[in-house]
Design a protein. Structure first.
Length: 112
């Protein structure tokens, strides 16, 4: 009897550890397009803590951009560029602001 229990337990463990057939990842164009639409007018901007955030806040107000999020621990902002304004122009504008270390477009990464 113990022999049968051992064999059944061993068989269960072996079958639980076998690889299952997995379909290759297929990226949906609809999701990718939606991701671009969601993030195409958002910039992530990091500033030098020694300079402070005031010059960047003033520049955001001057550009009439919307603050989406403030990364307090990382000294940065996520901002939304107003409709009708060019994202490339906005990147160039904010790179020239005193204390700005980097200006990057927001990206959405899908993990599967």
């Amino acid at each position: 009897m113990k022999k049968y229990i051992f064999i059944i337990t061993l068989a269960s463990i072996v079958t639980a550890c076998t690889n299952q057939l997995v379909k290759p990842f297929e990226q949906s164009k609809g999701i990718h397009t939606q991701a671009e639409i969601v993030s195409n007018n958002v910039l992530i901007i990091f500033y030098d803590q020694r300079v402070g955030k005031q010059p960047l806040i003033k520049a955001i107000q001057r550009y009439q951009a919307e603050t989406v999020y403030e990364y307090e621990n990382m000294n940065g902002f996520a901002i939304r560029i107003p409709k009708g304004k060019n994202i490339e122009h906005a990147e160039a504008f904010f790179k020239e602001v005193e204390g700005v270390l980097s200006v990057e477009r927001d990206q959405i990464m899908q993990l599967h």
